[in-house]
Design a protein around this ligand. Structure first.
Ligand code: PMP
Length: 285
């Protein structure tokens, strides 16, 4: 079945959607994106994603081409047209297409390119929850503004390939001995009854799921410590997990071929997953 996608104000069959070869997203990775998950035909934390999108656009000096209410309507229309009940909606905004290739930004009246499309996927009942993820550690070789959600995803893509070659599910990235984050998720360990995850800064993406999970953990009287943690600490942890919009909270059971804790999904991760799903569904739009 061909999807209906959204490109610059139009809903089109995916095969008819076109973007210029001079688009700066294509030539310079000059664009930002968001991924919002859909459960029971509703958007999870749409507001959080819209706010982060605005911040990414601001940080890159890009125009805000579409008001939040209109963006919500495009998400809903795409869900309706594609009968999407569970999965993700991908949104990308680039600085648009100049008349030629030029490092210098085009004038501000150059229209942005806006693309949205749906991805149907079984998110809630992922088989990974019962198994837990295997991760490897790799050097973090990304640029220095990881807090901006840009479409420069080549290194994360290389990281996923390194994980695949090692028969693992993902990679956690290490900088100066400390874990920054997963290739497409935030990273956590649990030691004693303490949940430890890296503090916010330019070194990691400020996950929307991270913010919600930490809020729920604190309301459930769990202890949270936001600080850098080392690879050795991760290997010696009682349990580990990741968060992202499409995986929610997912247990991690192995690091570099060694089991973490019991080598089974941990109780803190599983409890947080349950709380996250309950609370987010209640607030979904
Ligand atoms: N870190 C990175 C590098 C990511 O790519 C993502 C997901 N896009 C996240 C963290 C998780 O962010 P969110 O919870 O907003 O999906």
């Amino acid at each position: 079945m061909s999807r209906i996608v959204y490109v610059n104000g139009e809903y089109l069959p995916e095969g008819d959607a076109k973007v210029s070869i001079f688009d700066r997203g294509f030539l310079f990775a000059d664009g930002v994106y968001e991924v919002t998950s859909v459960l029971d035909s509703k958007l999870i934390d749409f507001d959080g994603h819209a706010v982060r999108l605005e911040r990414s656009l601001n940080e890159l000096g890009m125009n805000h081409p579409i008001p939040k209410d209109d963006l919500l309507e495009v998400h809903r229309e795409l869900m309706r047209r594609n009968d999407l009940t569970e999965g993700m909606i991908y949104l990308q905004i680039t600085r648009g297409a100049d008349a030629d290739r030029d490092f210098v930004y085009p004038s501000e009246d150059t229209p942005n390119t806006i693309v949205l499309f749906t991805q149907a996927k079984n998110l809630k009942d992922s088989p990974m929850v019962a198994k837990g993820m295997k991760v490897i550690s790799i050097e973090d070789q990304r640029w220095g503004r990881r807090d901006i959600k840009t479409v420069q995803l080549l290194y994360p893509s290389m990281g996923k390939m390194m994980a695949k070659a090692a028969n693992a599910d993902d990679a956690w990235m290490v900088e100066d001995g400390a874990i920054t984050e997963g290739t497409s998720n935030n990273a956590y360990i649990v030691k004693g009854n303490r949940i430890i995850t890296r503090h916010l800064g330019n070194e990691i993406l400020h996950g929307i799921t991270r913010a919600a999970v930490l809020r729920f953990a604190k309301s459930a009287q769990m202890e949270v410590e936001e600080r850098a943690f080392t690879l050795d600490e991760a290997k010696a942890a009682d349990e580990a997990f990741i968060t992202s919009a499409s995986t929610f909270v997912m247990p991690v059971v192995e690091m570099d071929g060694q089991p973490i804790g019991t080598g089974k999904p941990g109780s803190v991760a599983l409890r947080l997953r349950e709380i996250y799903l309950d609370e987010s569904l209640k607030a979904a739009v």
